[in-house]
Design a protein around this ligand. Structure first.
Ligand SMILES: NC(=O)c1ccc[n+]([C@@H]2O[C@H](COP(=O)([O-])OP(=O)(O)OC[C@H]3O[C@@H](n4cnc5c(N)ncnc54)[C@H](OP(=O)(O)O)[C@@H]3O)[C@@H](O)[C@H]2O)c1
Length: 253
């Protein structure tokens, strides 16, 4: 199962898993796009692709996906909690409802769907969960960075608790990836240098390798691995001056 499977990183996960011959369940809000993507994957790879339209910022949406994950007749062996979005603006500029929706999608949905999936996986003694975080988890970057830091901490902790159970959990921490993310949030990207952009399909290939290796955190690119090494050594104040501004300001970037 892949959440946020109609665009960007989630669509790349769905393509890769279908190409590997796995049946899929795709989750997102836009039902037309879900059906279109499912038909394309079925026609190209001959796998069964189910769709589950759900808004993960709503109680009903999360509950519907939990219910599907708990269906023991149709077990899910790999869950990719990928659905997510950005809010443009700094603290106090973003409406509270949007901040809360972000916490619901990035944290509450990830907690509840991981829990629903892993319960059955642990009984079957096999399975995996990839929680898509971000390198923003490691730097000061508003509610977005804080929510992704939660994803990393939660996933690492759960991976430790489930060590030896046959279930693998991994937080995936991409840098900038060319997807619909920035455009949807109305964020300018002109000030992001070309070398910082990653390709979603390459990112997914690297993530799948890290999952197979048993990593609990994956930063799947040498450029960002090096950058995060520097980030660990840099003073947080200095870091925040750079990272909290990129793409978040109103007005010209
Ligand atoms: N792009 C980057 O630079 C970047 C970097 C680091 C991490 N990430 C993370 O990667 C993940 C995927 O982002 P992306 O870049 O691939 O973005 P994207 O191209 O905008 O795709 C987002 C996907 O999530 C779905 N989605 C959004 N809100 C949802 C909701 N409330 N309920 C259910 N589905 C929802 C969207 O479909 P619908 O609109 O149909 O619901 C879409 O399929 C996110 O968690 C993001 O934080 C992205």
């Amino acid at each position: 199962m892949v959440t946020g499977a109609t665009a960007g990183i989630g669509a790349a996960f769905a393509r890769r898993l279908a190409a590997d011959g796995h049946n899929l369940v795709l989750v997102a809000r836009n039902e037309d796009r879900l059906r279109e993507h499912a038909a394309e994957l079925h026609d190209r790879h001959g796998v069964e692709v189910g769709v589950l339209p759900a808004d993960l910022a709503s109680e009903e949406g999360i509950a519907a996906v939990e219910e599907r994950l708990a269906d023991r007749k149709h077990p899910v062996d790999l869950l990719v909690n990928n659905a997510g979005f950005g809010n443009k603006g700094e603290f106090l500029e973003v409406p509270m409802a949007d901040e809360l929706a972000m916490l619901k999608v990035h944290c509450e949905a990830v907690l509840r769907l991981t829990s629903a999936a892993v319960t059955g996986m642990r009984e079957r003694r096999r399975g995996g969960v990839v929680n898509v975080a971000s390198v923003a988890a490691f730097v000061p970057r508003g509610t977005y960075g804080a929510s992704k830091a939660w994803v990393v901490q939660f996933t690492q902790g759960a991976a430790r608790d489930l060590a030896g159970s046959g279930v693998r959990l991994m937080a995936l921490c991409p840098g900038f990836v060319r997807t619909e993310f920035h455009e949807r949030a109305g964020m300018g990207t002109d000030n992001i240098p070309g070398w910082m952009w990653l390709d979603a399909d390459n990112l997914v290939d690297a993530a799948m390798k890290d999952l197979a290796r048993g990593r609990s955190v994956s930063i799947p690119d040498p450029r960002y691995k090096a950058l995060m090494g520097v980030v660990k050594l840099a003073p947080r104040n200095l870091l925040g001056g750079v990272t909290s501004r990129t793409g978040r300001k109103y007005g010209p970037q």
